[in-house]
Write a protein that binds this ligand. Sequence first.
Ligand code: GLC
Ligand code: CA
Length: 546
Amino acid sequence: MGERWYTESVIYCLDVETFQDSNGDGIGDFQGLISRLDYLTRLGINCLWLHPIHPTPGRDDGYDATDFYNVDPRLGTLGDFAELLHEAANRGIKVIIDLVVNHTSDEHPWFQSAVASKDSPYRDWYVWSDKEPADRFQGMVFPGEQAETWTYHRRARAWYYHRFYDFQPDLNFANPLVRAEIKKILAFWIQLGVAGFRMDAVPFIIELTEPGRTDSPMDFDYLSELRQHIQWRRGDAVLLAEANVEPEKLPEYFGDAGGSGNRIHMLFDFMLNGRLVLALARQNPEPVIDWLKTTPKLPPGGQWATFLRNHDEIDLSRLTAEQREDVFEQFGPDEDMRLYDRGIRRRLGPMLGGDRRRLEMAYSLQFTLRGTPVLRYGEEIGMGEDLSQVGRYAIRTPMQWSFAKNGGFSDAEPIRPVISKGDYAYDAVNVTAQRHDPGSLLAWFERMIRTLRESPEVGSGTCACVDKPLPAGVLAHRADGPTGSMLFLHNLGTEDAVVDLGDLAKDTHLPNDVFADQEYEPVGDFTELRLAGYGYRWIRLRRSSV
Ligand code: GLC
Ligand code: CA
């Protein structure tokens, strides 16, 4: 593995409380997760991203913490967490955790103290206004569920700011004490052994909110400070940020000091996510090609994190109204499948009509595009959603391990119902069944991830679309790096195709298919590359001995 481990990794994200219960209380826990590390090792992932693990009243699934220096007792103890880090490290798996410091829970002792008195040392840790701010009804993240961004607090006799729900008061980043505290939190977890952080809501963290202003100044330097801070503590620690902003603003988050990234190491590619989903809906790769061509250039060390599914709704807000309509029509035809007028609350399997070929093609495409792929738990077995759950909980159901009661997740009544009816019920979709079947989706994911890890140029090399007229629906792209070159063909449409890439023959050495949806004729001189409908081929062009 290269110097920058995160460029050649596969990240798997999960919520401890819905992964595996070990003590029969219906709630997943660290010991349960430890017992499943061998499963994850076999899958081939090498980095785990854990959704929030701190104590929480759980009103936003843990994204509302009451103590940043502890773990939710329902998940286990700090000792169990340290054991998890040790066991994961033994298997070559790094662990990163969600860092949600834009806000706290309103039950956090800091906020409780802040509202109790104007003289509280924590008063200035939050963002206040004595008068009703003019932007009270602006900037909501959860339209429909959230009425305002400033709420009057009777006890505090003032208005407090909250970008998200009203039970998530924003911390005041203009206050040096808050800035220092956040650094302490990062250092604490690094000291315990985490490899980095998935930073929640970064644009709102660095926003220096002023009442009545909708264009508050942004303090990007704080990101450089954080980067420096963690790097002194652990040289290879990474920051992976959620910043769903306009593309031209993205480079600032990576930073660039003297030709090298100096802020966030990795950003989720929200633009690519929307475009991938649009391309799948239209069976046309154009939106992806457009984005690959116009992606801002990253400073050295900067990396994209790609995803098809995450723990939230699929956010289509960066598509045009017409594009969004096309996606809704294909993948979210019922009102109930949509969320906040901008997203889809479904998993990929059902979205693609349970079509195994199309699902493989979609994941093959995500995993071969530049960046580090992120895979959400359960996608590797093709889990479905439960639309009877409210909002985003539809896609946060417990992991389906076996035919046993509650899918083997827990003996007790689970924290959230396991999917037990329909095509995606646990007796139809589970790990045990797929483990025994070499033709299963799980077996496919294992092979695909292993092949990817033999192809480091995908994560750490360049990525370019092959600029040549191709049959409708087909995308051809290549990855080039010090270790060699790979060519990838994907057919987003249903029609079989023949691709002529004759020009490629000259700078290759013994080209061959290393992974594909089926056996194809040898590559030959590249003039007649066949590709089935929804087919894909990974062709190694060259391997260098570096
Ligand atoms: C991020 C998380 C989301 C959460 C929100 C508030 O967007 O992904 O799940 O609700 O932040 O913390
Ligand atoms: Ca438990």
